[in-house]
Design a protein around this ligand. Structure first.
Ligand code: UD1
Ligand code: CA
Length: 473
């Protein structure tokens, strides 16, 4: 049986061949990240949100690196890459980008690789408008300072008749405050015809995509859809990069604030991929990254940084903890100043206190490691007490080795567990032990040197020094 896939009626083209000179960077502008996501990926996400197929990216500068990033993020082949060797203008770029769309008959949405604030609702409105009239739809914005942008030229009755670029505009035209956002939707057939007619006879000697607007005005018709100046703003330098990142971050936090409390919403960083359940509470300067999930009623205190970490329901992460690729269980109490490295998995009701580092370690229900410890490559059962200063010696200079501590064991303070080693159920390790062999269930292990006491020692020493002092005088 063959499955016939319905072809998408929307294709998308992302223009990103430019270098981004004003970033002053060894890295292409669109590879710089906002909230952990490369700039170009925002455009691809928008395209995917529309169900666009194919998605074509027109790339030039550092094409390999950009293409590799797209493949890694979205899977090989998700984005069709077209090379524009010399940046001869947006019209030239679109012309090249239409090559893989030779047989495509639907609507093409043209996006820029450097406009990460564009919202999906705005894009949906643009597509709806283009579909309604089978014409060209474009995003335009009324801005305070139109310098540098293409101006929207309208006739006496307000119909768009064309776009004039800033450098080509007359003094009168430069007073127009409605500008072109550089984002369009139009039938593929029209784009193919219109881009073939472009010329580079203008102030910049470039093939302007904007010249298709006058062509559409004279044929299929043009409509504009309003967009705010903020949303259409492109990122050209590092200042604009972090300003855009801030706006994206605010949008995300505002969404979470509908059901979770943020004590200082302007001072946290929450990446888009993070999920937060109702009634969680987030403190000041908290950073939540990647696939982090915060359970209901969990509390994340000031300065904590969580990356790809799951926090269970009602857990309390005290200030200044760092956790990466870890699981914090329900009703846990973690920190302050705990460091959970990749592979840490904590069961319910676990307590991990200050200056405790863990790596590839599991702690069972109700176990505690409250002070100054390193647990690496360890499997710890339920209700185990790990005393202050306990260290798993998990590395012999060549390989990592495992420590197993079974249910109910008690590890006294300042113990070294030299792996591979096992401490049996309900075994007791006396404080200050160096454990180099397995401890039997229920046994006491003690490796302490016997204590010797010398009575009257302090007085004897004091007397001796007093006599020496007298003799010197
Ligand atoms: C363009 C518009 C302008 C609009 C502005 C909005 C034209 C001629 N002008 O101007 O009306 O107000 O965007 O930001 O289109 N690109 C390529 N290949 C090229 C040239 C550009 O891929 O040969 C890409 C760039 O990487 C960028 C996008 O197209 O992502 C826009 O190019 P840019 O140079 O920023 O256009 P503007 O001159 O700002
Ligand atoms: Ca631009």
């Amino acid at each position: 049986m063959s499955i016939r896939r319905r072809k998408s009626t929307i294709a998308c083209m992302i223009l990103a061949a430019g270098k981004g000179t004003r970033m002053n960077s060894a890295k292409n502008k669109v590879l710089h990240t906002l909230l952990g996501v490369p700039m170009v990926a925002y455009a691809v996400e928008r395209a995917r949100g529309l169900g666009a197929a194919p998605i074509v990216a027109v790339l030039g500068h550092q094409i390999q690196e950009v293409a590799k990033t797209l493949d890694e993020r979205f899977g090989a082949g998700c984005v069709t890459v077209v090379e524009q060797k010399a940046q001869k203008g947006t019209g030239h770029a679109v012309r090249l980008g239409l090559a893989p769309l030779a047989k495509f008959n639907g609507m093409v949405v043209i996006l820029c690789g450097d406009v990460p604030l564009l919202r999906k609702e705005t894009l949906a409105a643009l597509v709806a408008q283009a579909r309604k009239r089978h014409g060209l739809a474009m995003l335009t914005s009324v801005v305070g300072n139109p310098t540098g942008y293409g101006r929207i030229v309208r006739d006496d009755v307000g119909k768009i008749v064309g776009v004039v670029e800033h450098k080509d505009a007359t003094q009168v035209q430069r007073r127009i405050v409605e500008v072109n956002a550089g984002i369009y939707a139009a039938p593929a057939k029209f784009l193919l015809k219109a881009t073939a007619k472009l010329s580079a006879r203008n102030a910049q000697g470039e093939y302007y995509l904007t010249d298709i607007v006058a062509q559409a005005a004279a044929s299929i018709g043009v409509d504009s859809v309003d967009v705010s100046a903020e949303e259409m703003s492109g990122v050209n330098d590092r200042e604009q990069l972090v300003a855009a990142e801030r706006i994206l971050g605010d949008r995300i936090v505002r969404e979470h604030m509908k059901h979770a409390t943020f004590r200082a919403p302007a001072e946290v960083v929450v990446e888009a991929s993070v999920t937060i359940e109702p009634d969680a509470e987030i403190g000041r300067n908290v950073v939540l990254r990647g696939s982090t999930h915060i359970g209901a009623f969990a509390r994340i205190d000031d300065g904590t940084i969580l990356t790809d970490t799951v926090v269970g329901r009602n857990a309390h992460v005290l200030p200044y903890c760092v956790a990466t690729d870890s699981t914090i269980g329900e009703n846990n109490k973690i920190g302050p100043f705990a460091h959970l490295r990749p592979g840490t998995v904590l069961g319910p009701e676990v307590h991990v206190g200050n200056f405790v580092e863990m790596k590839k370690t599991r702690l069972g229900r109700g176990s505690k490691a409250n002070h100054l410890s390193y647990l690496g490559d360890a499997i710890v059962g339920e209700k185990v007490n790990v005393g202050a200063g306990t260290i798993t010696c998990n590395y012999n200079g060549y390989e990592k080795r495992q420590t197993i501590i079974e249910d109910g064991a008690f590890i006294g303070s300042d113990t070294q567990l030299v792996a591979p080693v096992r401490v049996g159920k309900r075994a007791v390790v006396a404080a200050g032990a160096t454990i180099t062999e397995d401890v039997r269930d229920g046994a006491l292990a003690i490796t302490r040197a016997p204590c010797k006491q010398v009575d009257g020692y302090a007085d004897r020493v004091a007397e001796r020094y007093a006599e020496l002092k007298k003799a010197k005088r």
